[in-house]
Design a protein around this ligand. Structure first.
Ligand SMILES: [Zn+2]
Length: 294
């Protein structure tokens, strides 16, 4: 058993949002046990718990809430928090989207490490999935979680692009494996999609400093941090989207060519299974009622 955690002190991070291009300030504050992670838009007065049913836009990033009151690109901060075992946190933000920083979650990990974690007087409540849950998308994309003793993630991607191609990785998540093998992996964007994305109001804050820029045949902005940085970033995203379960998850997640929409759909499935477990615990099973009557 481990105890729930929160930040030992408040930290503030400023930067540009990847899609909105807005300069925003995020303040990460300690929160009490059982609160989970909650985003507060201080400019519009919106309060958004980091839970799958709050998910909004899921194209290219994960947003919570409705347009006008949304908090965009929450996945990298959520990933750092879940990856490091930070359970309770209030995130105040004065604009529509979290700062993208360097496109990875390493700067968030550094902030959380510098603030430190403190334990709270309540046990963490990891949820071990009792059976396999699957979500299938279009075009052969899928994700599932199988019962297991620890959180393992196996992820494969297959982009028809010479700089990316097929990549796969499988690892057990611990704060140490997260910080070393996933956190530094940066988000990536294809130059061919850039104009289209901008026309949709996306990628307005994108630059060579906050994403891997993939040109027609090669990466255009320097070397990669890992030979398989692309699939590692997909796992980083998945860890963040799975945080929308609201509790630590235990199981073996297997994903093939998934993305934010499928990750979040799986988080919803897990939350339904979690709600079912609660019902079973509250209502006595029919056998025990029969036994009690004998
Ligand atoms: Zn990402």
């Amino acid at each position: 058993m481990r105890l729930q955690t929160t930040l030992a002190r408040t930290v503030t991070v400023s930067g540009v949002g990847l899609h909105s291009g807005h300069l925003v300030r995020a303040t990460l504050r300690p929160a009490p046990a059982g609160r989970g992670i909650v985003f507060v838009r201080t400019d519009v007065g919106a309060v958004l718990p980091a839970l799958a049913e709050e998910a909004g836009r899921l194209d290219y990033a994960t947003s919570l809430g409705e347009r006008g009151r949304e908090v965009g690109t929450v996945e990298h901060l959520l990933s750092a928090a879940a990856g490091l075992g930070l359970d309770n946190l209030t995130v105040e933000i004065d604009g529509p989207e979290l700062p993208i920083l360097d496109g990875s979650s390493a700067p968030w990990v550094a902030e959380i490490h510098s603030a430190g974690l403190t334990t709270l007087a309540s046990a963490a409540r990891p949820f071990a999935v009792p059976k396999t849950l699957s979500v299938h998308g279009s075009d052969g994309k899928w994700i599932e979680i199988r019962p297991a003793k620890e959180l393992r993630i196996s992820y494969s991607i297959d982009f028809p692009h010479p700089a990316v191609g097929r990549q796969s990785i499988s690892l057990v998540l611990t704060p140490e494996t997260y910080a070393a093998h996933l956190a530094p992996a940066r988000t990536f964007g294809f130059l061919a999609e850039y104009e289209y994305m901008k026309s949709k109001g996306l990628a307005r804050g994108a630059s060579e400093d906050n994403c891997i820029v993939v040109g027609e045949s090669a990466v255009l902005n320097g070397g990669l941090r890992f030979p398989d940085e692309f699939v590692r970033h997909k796992v980083l995203d998945l860890v963040g989207d799975l945080a929308l379960v609201g509790r630590p998850v235990v199981g073996h997640v297997v994903a093939h060519r998934a993305g934010h929409a499928l990750h979040t759909a799986l988080a919803k499935e897990i939350r339904q299974a979690l709600a079912g477990e609660h019902l079973r615990r509250v209502e006595p099973a029919p056998e025990s009622v029969a036994l009690a009557g004998r």
